[in-house]
Design a protein around this ligand. Structure first.
Ligand SMILES: *Cc1c(COP(=O)(O)O)cnc(C)c1O
Length: 378
């Protein structure tokens, strides 16, 4: 019995990718920027609607870095960051020589906790420095508590960078994730909801900010016939080949969201009778998740824990993975301040991500269900 491996999160192709990539090859436009990049940005702008400006970049990480630069974050500044996230949310803070201030999650969306965040802001101000920015994440596609978080940020006049890398297609109160912050960022990495193989985008609210982002992303070239630079530049622009893949992929964004949500309702059904498992679900009607990944918390007992379930799935050639390990517990970040009540730690200790790709087939879901039901004796 050699079952094909079921992966955690893969996208699938629309079939149109090749045509756009071929167009780039035929025209010999095989560099960063170019017609596919312009068209891909237009598609993204159409998705977000009027007032949103998108800059296509080579990764979501670059997008966060540029957002920090455009907000004027400099060496020694403090930046609040959700602790429960992927390291790419926090690393760019260190690129700028700034200081990350980590904040815990709340138990309902698993995202940045409003109370802990306000405590952190007050304490940092008391200690002499108001945070320069807040990085809030829609983890696993689940929107954070947008109203609460933005009300606090507004009260203290601190801009938000909305890490929407996992949440393209998600909504809060009917509005699109990625469009709430001073800046939003997207990722088109291979495991995300749509992919450009590797890529990302910065979402802003003015053409001026978009122009500035392109300036920094293309080595900060001043206007001159020769190469002239008065600012540090970066090589962060998306390539015309990658944007071709993106043009093929964006056609199936809605379809991918539907497929991932179908996986979610499959898991909801599987776990409905398993009392020792809690599946992360939308809190109420205000939260519309693309369910990029389905995630569960397992009540640990002497027979079962997240690792034994992971190993059972693995022995059936099914990939699963522990939740993100919080940043304040990471060797590279553990010397920085942390505010919270160890919610994120509890999630990490007992949580698992389950296969959720838009490429999952009915027979894949059947295989997953069998392993889970055997594991929980039902
Ligand atoms: C994927 C991801 C990023 C970074 O995106 P890349 O395109 O891989 O650089 C940032 N934040 C979160 C939460 C992510 O999942």
């Amino acid at each position: 019995m050699h079952y094909k491996r079921i992966y955690l999160s893969l996208s699938h192709q629309s079939g149109f990718e090749q045509e756009y990539v071929q167009k780039a090859l035929n025209s010999n436009w095989i560099t960063s920027g170019g017609p596919n990049v312009d068209d891909f940005e237009k598609e993204l702008q159409n998705y977000f609607g009027e007032g949103c400006f998108t800059t296509a970049l080579n990764s979501g990480t670059s997008a966060i870095h540029l957002a920090l630069i455009l907000l004027g974050v400099k060496s020694g500044d403090e930046v609040i960051c959700q602790s429960m996230t992927f390291a790419a949310s926090a690393n760019p803070i260190l690129y700028q020589g700034a200081i990350p201030i980590f904040v815990d999650s709340e138990a309902e969306t698993w995202n940045i906790c409003p109370q802990s965040m306000e405590l952190a802001i007050k304490d940092r101000i008391k200690k002499g420095k108001k945070p320069k920015a807040i990085i809030a994440v829609h983890l696993y596609g689940m929107p954070y508590k947008v109203d609460e978080i933005h009300a606090i940020a507004d009260k203290y006049e601190i801009p938000i960078i909305e890490d929407s890398a996992e949440a393209l297609g998600s909504k809060y109160k009917g509005n699109k994730c990625g469009s709430f912050g001073s800046f939003g960022i997207l990722s088109f990495n291979g495991n995300k909801i749509i992919t450009t193989s590797s890529g990302g985008a910065l979402v802003s609210n003015s053409s001026d900010l978009k122009e500035k982002a392109i300036f920094y992303a293309t080595q900060s070239k001043d206007k001159a016939p020769h190469y002239q630079h008065s600012k540090i530049g970066y090589n962060y622009r998306m390539s015309n080949i990658c944007a071709g893949i993106g043009l093929g992929q964006i056609k199936i964004l809605e379809e991918n969201v539907e497929k991932r949500r179908k996986n979610h309702f499959f898991y909801k059904d599987v776990f409905s009778e398993i009392k020792s498992v809690k599946l992360l679900e939308a809190l109420d009607q205000n939260f519309f998740s693309n369910y990029w990944l389905n995630t569960i918390i397992i009540e640990t007992d002497k027979n079962r824990d997240k690792e034994s379930l992971r190993l059972s799935l693995e022995s059936a050639n099914i990939e699963s993975r522990p939740l993100w390990k919080p940043m304040h517990l990471q060797p590279i970040f553990d010397k920085y301040p942390y505010y919270g009540n160890k919610i994120a730690e509890g999630l990490f200790n007992n949580g698992l991500c389950l296969p959720s790709g838009s490429n999952l087939k009915e027979e894949d879901r059947d295989r997953i269900e069998k392993v889970i039901k055997t594991f929980f004796n039902c």
